[in-house]
Design a protein around this ligand. Structure first.
Ligand SMILES: [Mn+2]
Length: 314
């Protein structure tokens, strides 16, 4: 990735477990310990967000949605500015809800271009306040980006009027108020394996392309890479969102929602190497590292290993 800027947003408001806000720092510390100097070499910018001192979400269906919506507005501005200045971006994020803010900035910078997103994750993250069993917003960024309310899959009856208002607002983050930011053809999932039934139904209904960890075994990772790259070759810009829980818990200990049967370290490296090598790749996001759940900072160290061995930042 050329002329890369590191953008950090530590917000963990969207997660159900506390600690992901320490993820970007855990990566920085592991980088220092392992003599990996991207934090010295590259420009670094941080989006400051309020810290949570008391766990008391104002509603159950989309916890902290107002604070998250205002965080997205800040993220969107910084991301848009970095891209407009000609940077590629390495995004280090607390929880995965922030991705919707970053991709809003991606859309804001290129309002009329063809933008593609590769979502590498154990989860579908396509819930809305109407379907989410937990109300944790790190399970909703894909629905925000695709502008999906999931009303015909609704499992939650009562939603507060101000939550619906904030949901409408968060989908339209950015000065241009574009929504949806992406169409279902613009997104491909890799690694998904732990989704609610409604999510699988929504993905099938929307005809979103996806590859499970089994698909990486057969037809095999090379075939998957080939298909994804060819799908996005004609796109103007690509954003890769890498949730570390896409990897197997044998690699991914320090993350809030680990799921067995995930990618190996080598598979993750191979995927990121191929995708960041695409000339139209403009952003790589790393998210959901939670050192509180970890020992010896293993998760962040795995991330540093992946970045060092598979991505060239200049
Ligand atoms: Mn995720």
């Amino acid at each position: 990735m050329q002329r890369t800027k590191i953008l950090i947003c530590s917000s963990e408001l969207g997660a159900g477990v506390r600690g992901a806000s320490l993820g970007p720092d855990a990566i920085r510390i592991s980088a220092v310990n392992n003599f990996y100097n991207i934090f010295e070499r590259l420009h670094v910018d941080e989006i400051k967000v309020p810290m949570l001192n008391r766990y008391s979400p104002e509603n159950k269906s989309a916890k902290y949605i107002k604070l998250i919506a205002s965080t997205h507005r800040k993220i969107c501005k910084k991301m848009c500015a970095a891209l407009t200045d000609g940077y590629s971006t390495l995004v280090l994020s607390g929880d995965h809800s922030n991705a919707a803010g970053f991709i809003s900035g991606f859309r804001e910078a290129y309002p009329d271009k063809k933008l593609g997103v590769i979502w590498i994750d154990a989860h579908g993250d396509i819930h809305s306040p109407f379907t989410s069993p937990s109300g944790n917003m790190h399970g909703m960024p894909v629905a925000i980006l695709l502008g999906l309310d999931n009303l015909n899959h609704r499992t939650r009856k009562k939603i507060k009027a101000d939550v619906i208002k904030s949901w409408e607002k968060i989908k339209a983050t950015g000065k241009l108020k574009i929504t949806p930011k992406l169409s279902s053809d613009d997104l491909i999932y890799i690694g998904i394996r732990d989704l609610e039934e409604e999510e699988w139904n929504i993905i099938k209904e929307q005809n979103i392309k996806f590859y499970t960890p089994d698909d990486l075994k057969k037809p095999g990772i090379d075939k998957v890479i080939e298909e994804v790259v060819s799908h996005f070759t004609s796109y103007d810009a690509i954003y890769i969102s890498f949730d570390v829980d896409s990897m197997d818990p044998s690699v991914s200990v320090g993350t809030g929602t680990p799921v067995p049967g995930g990618l190996s370290l080598d598979q993750a490296k191979k995927l990121l190497k191929a995708f960041t090598n695409m000339p139209n790749c403009k952003a790589l996001e790393i998210t959901e590292v939670n050192p509180i759940l970890d020992t010896d900072n293993k998760m962040a160290t795995a991330v540093v290993k992946i970045l060092r061995e598979s991505v060239v930042f200049s």
